[in-house]
Design a protein around this ligand. Structure first.
Ligand code: DP6
Length: 318
């Protein structure tokens, strides 16, 4: 009753912010993301009837009570009346810094737990289950460029359709003060959220078209507008969520300058201060060099588009 699975993080091009049903994590608006091949979580789940309670270890440390409760609740959803489990999870990127660790974490946990319990499920069901743990995790189950609207997410393009790259300018690597779950619940307190949601289908459609036709100019305009609309909602929520730091703004200006000079790069920002610079493969060197030269940028992380969540060790092994 054990299995290990690996899932990529993902970066949203059209953002999920706010739920139409918080308990079920059904999103207020459709979103689009791509999986990040080089930023991933590997999770081993061992169900053991001899255990008195679940044991959860994240990045070699016992999980906080809050994180452990979220993991246990998720395992209860995968199977009611299950044996207790040992869960050992490790990320190869900093947690809680606006790089979606909950997405890869709940995708890997879902796939590993279902494999350990011998519950074969189609991808859409795994995605829907992962969604209950963390909304964006629904998008880390399928591979490539992925869309999510209702219960589950699906692939809209394979990784090699358009080899986009995410160059992340890390401005701060600590834990963010207000996590996404709390943030989603605040979205409706902003008078801008209704307008953002009402316009979401338009942005979703434009982003789909940009991907289908590999039109970088169209992609750049729509993803930057989408990210700024989400941060407009965040900043105008009650209480106000202000994730940006001076380094964030420095990167936004640098990206706009590079694009004006002909470099195919555009920005997006999650619930944190770091900036994801989405670019075409041949622009990566210039983008990394430009970010490295900015004050306030601690480091850069680079990733291309990744595949689906997968079992990496057979149930019987180790
Ligand atoms: C800003 O999926 O992390 O990254 O469902 O509460 O776990 P929970 O929220 P989460 O929210 C992600 C928000 C975002 C945008 C996005 O990834 O679409």
């Amino acid at each position: 009753m054990k299995a290990t699975a690996r899932a990529c993080s993902n970066i949203a091009l059209i953002k999920y912010w706010g739920n139409r049903n918080d308990a079920l994590r059904l999103p207020a608006n459709p979103s689009i993301s791509f999986n990040l091949a080089d930023l991933f979580t590997a999770t081993r789940v061992v169900f053991d009837p001899a255990l008195q309670e679940d044991e959860v270890v994240i990045d070699e440390q016992p999980a906080s009570p809050e994180a452990a409760r979220r993991v246990s609740a998720h395992l209860d959803l995968v199977q009611a009346n299950r044996p207790r489990a040992q869960v050992i999870s490790s990320n190869n990127f900093p947690m809680g810094a606006g790089i979606a660790s909950s997405a890869s974490a709940f995708a890997a946990l879902t796939v590993a737990a279902c494999a350990a319990l011998r519950l074969p499920k189609p991808e859409a069901e795994l995605s829907a289950l992962a969604r209950r743990g963390s909304g964006s995790a629904s998008r880390s189950v399928p591979g490539g460029i992925v869309a999510w609207r209702d219960a589950s997410a699906w692939t809209i393009a394979a990784p090699d359709h358009w080899p986009l790259v995410d160059v992340i300018g890390v401005v701060a690597a600590g834990h963010k003060k207000v996590g996404s779950t709390e943030g989603h619940a605040l979205a409706g307190t902003s008078p801008l959220q209704a307008a953002r949601v009402a316009d979401a289908e338009r942005r979703f459609g434009l982003c789909l078209r940009a991907i289908e036709t590999r039109d970088f100019g169209l992609l750049a305009d729509v993803i930057e507008q989408d990210a700024l609309m989400m941060h407009g909602v965040m900043m105008t929520s009650d209480p106000s969520l202000m994730y940006w730091l001076p380094g964030t703004l420095a990167i936004l200006h640098a990206v706009r300058e590079m694009r004006a000079a002909g470099v195919p790069v555009a920005f997006t920002i999650d619930a944190g201060p770091n900036v994801h610079c989405i670019c075409e493969a041949d622009a990566v060197r210039d983008v990394v060099a430009a970010l490295d030269a900015l004050q306030g940028v601690q480091s850069t992380l680079v990733s291309g588009i990744g595949g689906p969540a997968q079992v990496i060790l057979p149930q019987s092994a180790g």
